[in-house]
Structures are given as C-alpha cells and as structure tokens.
Design a protein around this ligand. Structure first.
Ligand code: ARG
Length: 595
C-alpha cells in the first residue's frame, strides 16, 4: 500500500506531499475545516500548526476572525467531523482544535517516503528533507574568510561552521551554491611581513607551516615597529608598490598566499568544509573600485578629509566611512564595494550571503547601502548573516591563534575522555581518528546549538561529555542506530516498504512519536532556510535522538520472535538513522558508524 491508496486530496500552493508527506495530512485537516467553516482551503491550511507534545496538529480558532462565539465555531467543526484514513480524531480544547492523524497510515506514509528519498540512487537526487524551492537560482555564500598572517580567531571558526551549514542548506533547497572564501590577503600587514621577512623569514619554516610562520614574522616585525617608526614607513612603501603592481614586490606575497591556502584547505577538509572559490581582498580589481568612487562623487556622497576620501552616510544613520586613504591605497570597505560589483558581473547571483560576525554589522550595512545608492538593483539581494561572540575558547596552552590548534585540542580532549573507559576504548578500531571526529562534532554542536546572535562561552567539559545535548551524544545516538543492523543481520536486507507490515508499529506510542518526528524534518529544513539558523536543526536532531533512546527498551528488535514485527521495527530504526544522519550532514557533521 502506498499513500496513493489513501483518499485523494485537493492541492494547496507551496506544499509538496511528494517530499513532505505530512503536507497531505495537513491538507486533509484543512479540507475538513474549510467544509465546516466559511474559510478557504488555503486559509484553513495556513492555520494548521504542529501541536504541542502529544498532539499532532493544532488549529487556533481565533486566527480565522470569524463572527460568533469561539466555542460554537469549534463545535461546528466537531459536529461535521468524520474520521477517515487521513485523520483519526479531533478534540476541542478552549479555543483550540487538536487533530490526530491516522496512526498506521501516517507511520507507513512517512517511513516509506524516508526510505524512498534517502535511498534514491539516480544521480543528483537529493535526500529526504530536501526541496526544490531554489530551483534555477544561484547563491554565493561567503564564509570563513580568515586573514593571512594574522590569527584565525573563533569569529572565523563560527563563520566557517555556520557558513558550511548554510551552503549545505541552500543546496538541499535546490539552489546552485557557490561557496566562497574571501581571504584577508591584502593590506598594509603584507608590507609589514615583506619588511620583516628579509630579517626573520625562513623557507624551511614556511614550507612546514606557512600560516604559522607568516604569523610569527608578523609578530616579530610588529615588535620592531614599536621601537622604530621607520619600519612602518618602509612597510607602507612596500604595500604601495604591491598596489601599484610592482612584480618584484608581489613575488613573495604570491608564494605566501598560495602556501597558506594549501594549508587551510587541509584543515577545512578535516572539518568537512569546502570552498568552490578562494578569492580575497587582493583579487578585487582596481577598476571596479575607481569607478565606484567616481560614481559616488557624482552622487555627491563623497567628502574630502585631509586628502582622504569619505563617504557620507549620516542621512541613513550609518556615519561616515573612509573609502580611500591619503596615499591612494585601497581599504577594506572599498574592496567590499568593488568586490560585490565584480561578483555580480561574473556570477549574476540571485542572492549573496555574507557570514560575518555582528562586530561588523556597521561595515556590512555601510557597503550594502553604498551599493544601493549607486543604483544596483541586486543590492537588495545581499544578506548579512551575523553571529555573536565566543568567549573562553583557549587551549590548555593558552589563547588560540590557529585553526589547527583548535582541531588538535578537540581531538586530544576527546581522546583523553574516551580512554577513561578502557573496555570501550579498546574496542574502537581507530581511536584517535574517532576521537578527532567526535571532538569536531562537539565543537560544531556547541556552536550551533543556540541562536546565532547569542554570545556564548565555550566549554571543553561540555564539548566532550556524552551526556546532555552534546556532539558526542549525537554521534553516540547515530552509532547505536547503525549497530542494530550489525546485531541483527538475519533481518537484513529488509524487503521493500510495500512488503513490510508497518501497521504492527501502530501499537507502540514510541514508534508513532518517532515516525511523526521524522515526518516533520522537511519543515525543519524549510524553516532553517527562512531564518538562516542552524539551531532548529540541532534541536530537531536532539529531539529525535531522545525519542529513539526512549524507544529502545520498548520497541525491541533483538529477540522479537515474530519476524514480521521484527522487520517493521527494524524499518523504523533504519529510517530514524537515515534522517538523523541527514540532519547531521546538513550541519556538516560526518555521522560515525562505530565508536
Ligand atoms: N577577513 C575579514 C576579517 O577577518 C572578514 C571578511 C568578511 N567578509 C567581507 N566581505 N568583508 O575580519
């Protein structure tokens, strides 16, 4: 039996039962309301919300703004209600109507859909939870964007984690995604390094770890500059030569950049993070910036301040900002303006998302505003996804400076934790690799658990804990699901869904709860796209993990004597595992098979 065997339903715009089968159940509820009350099917559908725990769907009657007593309106719906294969029951509770969907049919429909969409093999078919809302549209997502020769701080880590999630999310929603890393690879600090490199540079150190070596050189030469103002002058001259395109001045810089990118690529790979394009401040063309300045002058938005040029944004409560320095060299803001223009010319994006700390809110507002004033129609499609500060992310050695230190520490902390349980530890095949993966999961989960804008204090003890809503707990939940197949090989492979008797699951409240939760996942994805918040996906993953963990002692596979029932239970757990893994992958986490 498939869902097509259920009574036919009308269609409602912006729903997609072929990808989110709970849409069908909601339409069936809306149909009843529209039949009993003077509202359209669409109005009724919009009012069908997920209910609180224990209730499937709830409708708040006052939303319809109908004349008459709420109670009487509710009674009308109750009076005309008959149960069918979509909806089992309705109750009126004050101003709310709570609907209960048909248990066996819901379980069957959801599990079948999870199965079919998770195991679709045709190339490029996205997994369960995905949708096509972004079909034909292109988005650039710019994230991570560290500064070469400066430290990689936790702000960059957050941008990396949230950005990777957004790239996955847009892809899951049918968008063509270009993920972009906009390196801080230009600016006076390179004049400083060039100056310092003559004294402190070493080819050997550079090859070993370019990121670290350039940072060290920068720190040393900055010290020199404190004592000797001549160093800064020399550095400024270097950078001016670089800006003027002097090949001799650019030669070393090219090597530094390339080697830093190589090193970063390895570390991103470790984090399961990928970029389609490595660009950077250095790549912004002079012409785009010059043209922009000319245009701003014509618009009367530029004023002069001792030879430097300012853009006047007071009218929009965005202050004044320098767009060109006195010596004619470019600056951060101008590069962002020119960069956006070039990106539009090259990619004709439908949307461009910048994942940058809320400390730069003003900067982003300024350059979005400038682009809008310049009359670029696409400026309205620029989005700043911001986030709060992280406190307390230091390793046992001290303040974090490099990304690889964070990764290493996460692995070490987790490894020590695992060693505490000797028996379990000895059973792990590759404990260090496993510890690293769990550690990274811990860092990511802690970062995405709350609303982006919140500041939070990083806590290694929490990160490594297997208890509570932590990364290790989530990995553990997945591993446990992955293991039941190994423990019950006689049940695998399962027959096709239509040959499974899922009705046997209907007697278990736990099975019902899990199936319904699985059914909500496509909506979790839709909401995340609207809010750009990973926290909803994290919350979903934990709700699912908890529901599964309470089911273990009740919906038992091992020792189930009835083969049909054992298979149906197995199907439930396999489906749960597919969806948990999909949610984890969306969060850029690699689900583990064993630990
Ligand atoms: N490299 C910058 C920093 O570390 C972040 C770049 C953000 N992106 C942008 N287009 N401004 O502060």
């Amino acid at each position: 039996m498939s869902t097509t065997a259920l009574p036919p339903l009308p269609t409602v715009p912006d729903t997609d039962p072929t990808r989110a089968v709970l849409d069908s159940f909601r339409i069936a509820i809306a149909q009843r309301i529209a039949a009993a009350l003077p509202v359209t099917l669409e109005q009724a559908f919009a009012a069908v919300d997920y209910g609180k725990k224990g209730e499937d769907f709830t409708v708040a009657i006052p939303r319809f703004r109908l004349p008459g007593k709420i109670n009487e309106i509710g009674e009308k719906v109750i009076a005309s209600f008959t149960s069918d294969e979509w909806v089992e029951a309705v109750v009126l509770d004050k101003s709310f109507l709570h609907f209960r969907v048909h248990t066996a049919n819901m379980i069957r429909a959801v599990l079948t859909q999870v199965h079919d969409l998770s195991h679709a093999t045709a190339s490029g078919v996205p997994e369960y939870g995905a949708n096509e809302s972004g079909k034909g549209k292109r988005v650039i997502i710019e994230y991570s964007s560290p500064n070469i020769a400066k430290s990689f701080h936790v702000g960059h880590l957050r941008s990396t984690i949230i950005g990777a999630f957004l790239a996955n999310l847009y892809k899951a929603c049918g968008w063509e995604v270009i993920s972009m890393n906009y390196l801080g690879d230009w600016g006076t600090q390179f004049g400083m390094i060039a100056t310092g490199y003559e004294k402190y540079g070493s080819q050997e150190e550079l090859e070993k770890d370019a990121i670290k070596h350039l940072f060290d050189v920068y720190v040393k030469v900055s010290k020199d500059a404190e004592a000797d103002p001549g160093v800064k002058v020399e550095a400024a001259q270097w950078f001016k030569r670089m800006e003027d395109g002097d090949e001799a001045a650019l030669k070393n810089w090219r090597v530094w950049r390339e080697m830093s990118v190589k090193k970063y690529e390895q570390e991103y790979e470790r984090l399961n993070v990928h970029f389609d394009v490595y660009t950077g401040e250095s790549k912004v063309g002079k012409k785009a910036m010059d043209d922009a300045l000319v245009q701003l002058e014509t618009l009367g938005l530029i004023s002069d301040s001792e030879g430097a040029k300012l853009v006047e944004l007071d009218k929009w409560k965005l202050g004044k900002a320098v767009v060109r320095k006195r010596d004619g060299t470019s600056i951060y803001l101008t590069r962002d303006i020119g960069g956006a223009i070039e990106r539009y010319e090259q990619y004709k994006f439908d949307k461009m998302v910048y994942v940058v700390s809320s400390q730069q809110d003003l900067h982003l507002s300024q350059f979005f505003k400038v682009l809008e004033l310049m009359g670029f129609e696409w400026a309205k499609n620029l989005v700043h996804v911001n986030y709060g500060l992280v406190q307390g992310m230091s390793t046992r050695k001290g303040t974090v400076v490099f990304l690889n230190e964070i990764i290493k520490e996460a692995g070490n902390v987790m490894h020590e934790q695992m060693q505490k349980n000797e028996e379990k530890y000895n059973a792990v095949i590759d404990p260090e690799e496993t510890a690293l993966e769990i550690g990274i999961t811990g860092v990511k989960i802690q970062d995405m658990a709350a609303k982006r804008i919140n500041n939070y204090t990083f806590n290694w003890d929490r990160m490594k804990s297997f208890e509570g809503d932590t990364g290790p707990y989530l990995q553990y939940a997945h591993v446990r699901l992955a293991s039941i197949g190994r423990k019950n090989p006689h049940l695998l492979p399962l027959p096709a869904p239509r040959d499974l008797d899922t009705a046997r699951l209907a007697q278990y409240a736990h099975a019902r709860e899990i199936a319904f939760l699985l059914g909500t996942y496509p909506d979790v994805v839709r909401v995340a796209l609207r809010t750009h918040e990973p926290s909803g996906v994290v919350t979903f993953a934990f709700r699912l993990a908890h529901a599964i963990s309470s089911a273990w002692d009740v919906v038992i596979v091992k020792g189930e004597a009835d083969l049909e029932t054992a298979r149906a239970k197995m199907f439930l757990y396999e489906s749960a595992r597919d969806v948990l893994a999909a949610a984890m992958r969306l969060l850029s986490i690699r689900p583990l098979e064993r630990m």
